[in-house]
Ligand binder design. Structure first.
Ligand code: BG6
Length: 485
């Protein structure tokens, strides 16, 4: 399905995203034979003027080879051989005409004339639109397939997202556009479809009759150090909840799609998201970290405006008004500068009916997205021995043990490969984005102070579990902590 003659153009080649994600992922695919098209060429584009040697030095500094593994060293050399660079602005069409001349030059060496072009926009939002326009006007191949990858932020709220989408749509069709939410490329997020729809036992308990509450949690142990300027404009809800966690929620709760085709899956996701009303203020808990344990507070960062009320922690509870989920709270929570790195889905089942056991733990199904991918089910079992008593225990599918020999692909590797194949399943469709913004826009406007004084986030110490109000918040929605025995 991959087209041998393919050029991948990375715009923003000297930026943070390209450095941390795009190039390492391209290299990861390149090293695994057959995962990049056979005659692929990779062209970097950015403002910085650099000659080929400087560019190669920079790109190789993004690729890891800590133990000087000769096989990796050789692959890096080969990766350099297929990499070239053009510098230019994002606003000027002449610069893109030069880029196009370079692409045509590459294509003239291909055996057959038609080649596909994949444009990866690793760019700040201020230049999304001019870059997309210039690419269409100057660099659009008349013979091959053209595709464009774009990445959040897709606006700040419903209106600005619609504006951005319609500006981009003037140049690129929905079919040519691949909107990344990299959580959709994560192994465990992709596994949700299999867990749910390939297991009759899971499917049977997947509703309001059996599930009490669900938490989707994102925790990072570091603050916004160095990224404060960007972060302060967006805040935790836009950074993680409205996109990554909501995507996980939609796959977790959608009805079974008719097929696994991109449109069937996304139709179901949109349908379930449409059944979620905008989040209520009282279903929200906001926090901001303060200095502790020798680490600076959010406001100590020079790039953050003084007195900023931007939340670095947010918990919001969503409700789905459909027959399967009516009344089940879905708590989405995410925070920076917490006590650990962890992303997980925790489904807490209801109590067994009373009368035979007392005070036993609820079943919980935990899907740990990272680190250390795992699925485990907390169940009660008879304590071995001559008396009958139940003990909580776990059925544990930790990937490191069960799939020890397998490498789990990076999210960006999976997604770039999908885009090269033209598979939209794990990309965000326009209407999906729209409905996601509808759920979050009112609460975001409130936090932005658009309709009065903005709420003050509760302080929490750097390295803690979050604001002290959190425990009461999740218990309010019926979460029961098992007696730790
Ligand atoms: C990004 C956010 O989208 O996701 C970051 O902008 C966050 O703030 C990152 O750190 C988390 O991604 P991952 O793959 O490390 O969980």
């Amino acid at each position: 399905e991959l087209k041998d003659n393919t050029i991948i153009v990375v715009l923003g080649a000297s930026g943070d995203l390209a450095k941390k994600k795009t190039f390492p992922a391209l290299f990861g695919l390149f090293r695994q034979n057959g995962f990049l098209p056979r005659d692929v060429k990779i062209v970097g584009y950015a403002r910085t003027k650099m000659d080929k040697t400087e560019y190669h030095k920079r790109v190789t500094s993004y690729l890891k080879n800590p133990n000087d593994d000769p096989e990796i060293t050789q692959a890096i050399q080969q990766f350099k051989d297929i990499s070239t660079y053009i510098s230019g602005s994002y606003e000027e069409s002449e610069a893109f005409a030069q880029l196009n001349a370079h692409l045509e030059e590459i294509e003239s060496h291909y055996k057959s004339p038609e080649a596909n072009r994949l444009f990866y926009l690793a760019l700040p939002p201020s230049v999304f639109v001019p870059a997309a326009r210039n690419l269409k006007e100057q660099c659009y191949s008349a013979t091959g397939v053209n595709r464009i990858i774009v990445e959040k932020p897709f606006g700040r709220d419903l209106d600005s997202s619609r504006e951005l989408l319609s500006a981009l749509k003037q140049h690129w069709t929905e079919d040519e556009t691949f909107r990344i939410d990299h959580y959709l490329g994560k192994e465990m997020v992709k596994n949700l479809l299999v867990l749910r729809f390939a297991n009759i036992a899971m499917g049977a308990a997947w509703d309001k009759n059996h599930i009490s509450n669900v938490q989707i949690t994102f925790k990072e142990p570091f603050g916004t150090e160095g990224r404060g300027g960007y972060f302060d404009e967006f805040g935790m809800i836009r950074d993680v909840l409205q996109n990554h966690l909501l995507q996980v929620l939609s796959i977790l709760t959608m009805e079974r799609p008719v097929t696994f085709s991109a449109e069937d899956v996304r139709d179901e996701k949109v349908k379930v998201l449409r059944a979620i009303p905008p989040i209520a203020r009282e279903d929200t808990l906001l926090g901001q970290y303060v200095a502790a344990n020798g680490k600076p507070g959010y406001l100590d960062d020079d790039t953050v405006p003084r007195n900023s009320v931007c939340p670095t922690f947010a918990a919001t509870t969503l409700w789905i008004h459909n027959p399967r989920w009516e009344g089940v709270p879905f708590i989405l929570k995410a925070g920076k500068a917490l006590n650990e790195a962890k992303v997980e889905v925790r489904i807490q089942f209801k109590d067994v009916t009373q009368g035979i056991f007392e005070d036993i733990a609820r079943n919980e199904l935990v899907i740990r997205i990272q680190p250390s991918e795992a699925v485990y089910l907390k169940i009660n079992t008879k304590k071995p021995g001559l008396y009958t008593s139940a003990v909580p225990t776990e059925m544990d599918l930790t990937y490191k043990r069960r799939f020890a020999e397998m490498k789990i692909p990076e999210a960006y590797e999976a997604l770039i490969l999908d885009a090269l194949k033209g598979d939209h399943s794990n990309f965000v469709r326009d209407d999906e984005l729209d409905v996601a913004w509808k759920i979050f826009t009112p609460i975001l406007h409130w936090i932005d102070g658009k309709n009065g004084t903005p709420p003050r986030p509760a302080p929490y110490p750097y390295g803690s579990r979050g604001p002290k109000e959190l425990e009461a918040f999740i218990q309010k929605y019926g979460f029961k902590r098992a007696n730790e025995s």
